[in-house]
Design a binder for this molecule. Structure first.
Ligand code: PMP
Ligand code: GLN
Length: 378
């Protein structure tokens, strides 16, 4: 069979989790919590199942969940999304982003990603028939570089994908960044995919800024988020996309023949659980404590720490420690020190070597302490 994606292998997250298991290493690679979710959420899903809510929900998702999301978007970001025509429930953020691309990309259209970026974006653009245009974030700070972004826009540019808080760097876009993006896109027809899955993990008193808050952006934006991150249930794979009605209509044309709809009882459980905003409002403090614990420990190792303003990822530079490329270094770290991480090159075009690796700190304190003890041998 001639491969449609000849450059693509198995994702680094699968590879490193398998390696971690093989070496009995602490897995700080793939991003997922090693602790449970709120038992009230389990109860809510259980209740929905027992109430017999186990058949297909509407194609666009359970109405109560779409209403709960619309209320939250209004409360936090001040934009009214119509739950009926502008919010669609998806099988995680991954499907939300892929289906958006299928809905908007015509063969040969260019889609800009800001590199480093989440590993599914580029293959998804290609699967949708588009051309990937990689614009580097500012080296070192990972902040958006608007001069380079402006220079990358062409008449073929269909869309831009942004991601704040950022995986892998933990960078968070400022109000000035958002405003500059709005100014840049206003005279264009470029659409925006705003991947906001880490929206509730922003530290040091800062707030997540959503593309929904800038009318010039919101009118052209598909806002994507995922309950997996917010409620510690990455395996449930439920997320959503919020977009103006005309865009949501096109999204749904693809969605109905892509997955049609997603897991009914989980949607009902999430809808009931969302009535209380406390769990997501408390999430930044919860993860800030973990970030601080982890960073304090890493500061005692020879790694050079990069900043972490949000998300549950911490990057470190190991260039003073080893000449191995980052993939080889992660393999060595997993086998020898029994701590798994993700090489940053996984977030770049193939062959872009880095000397930076990413740790996930969405772990019990005891897991983080065990990893730090092992990294203390460096
Ligand atoms: N975007 C980013 C930036 C992510 O980090 C992730 C999860 N690793 C996703 C999208 C995918 O989220 P989901 O598991 O909900 O598909
Ligand atoms: N989003 C998670 C990460 O960045 C992993 C998702 C996956 O395993 N595909 O680590």
């Amino acid at each position: 069979l001639q491969s449609r994606l000849p450059q693509v292998g198995t994702t680094i997250f699968t590879v490193m989790s398998a390696l971690a298991q093989r070496h009995d290493a602490v897995n700080l690679g793939q991003g997922f919590p090693d602790f449970g979710c709120d038992p009230r959420l389990i109860d809510a899903v259980d209740e929905a199942m027992r109430a017999g809510l186990n058949q297909y929900p509407p194609m666009t998702g359970v109405p109560q969940l779409r209403e709960a999301i619309a209320s939250k978007l209004q409360a936090l970001y001040g934009r009214d999304y119509d739950a009926g025509s502008e919010i669609t429930i998806t099988a995680g953020a991954t499907q939300a982003i892929f289906t958006t691309l299928l809905a908007i990309v015509h063969p040969g259209d260019e889609v800009i990603v800001l590199e480093p970026c989440y590993d599914s974006y580029a293959p998804n653009i290609e699967m949708a028939g588009g051309v990937v245009v990689r614009v580097p974030l500012t080296p070192g700070t990972f902040k958006p570089d608007f001069e380079r972004l402006a220079a990358a826009l062409t008449p073929r540019t269909r869309a831009l994908i942004i991601n704040s808080p950022h995986n892998p760097s933990g960078t968070v876009w400022s109000a000035e960044d958002m405003q500059r993006l709005a100014d840049l896109l206003r005279p264009t027809e470029v659409m925006l995919i705003s991947d906001e899955v880490y929206e509730h993990m922003v530290f040091d008193g800062a707030r997540h800024l959503s593309a929904a808050q800038w009318p010039d952006l919101a009118e052209r934006a598909f806002i994507v988020s995922s309950f997996g991150k917010t409620y510690h249930v990455t395996g449930w794979k439920v997320g959503f996309v919020a977009a103006p009605a005309a865009l949501s209509l096109e999204f749904r044309k693809q969605h109905q023949y892509n997955v049609f709809t997603v897991n009914t009882p989980v949607q009902h459980g999430l809808a009931a659980f969302m009535a209380d905003p406390e769990p997501y409002l408390a999430l930044s403090d919860f993860y800030q404590q973990k970030r601080d614990l982890f960073r304090a420990g890493l500061a005692r190792t020879p790694f050079k720490l990069l900043p972490c303003e949000g998300s549950y990822f911490q990057c470190v530079d190991y260039s003073g420690l080893s000449d191995l490329d980052d993939q080889a270094y992660c393999e060595w770290l997993t086998a020898e020190l029994k701590v798994a991480a993700i090489p940053l090159s996984a977030f770049y075009a193939q062959g872009t070597a880095q000397r930076v690796i990413r740790f996930c700190f969405a772990k019990k304190d005891e897991t983080l302490n065990l990893a730090l003890e092992r990294l203390g041998r460096l």
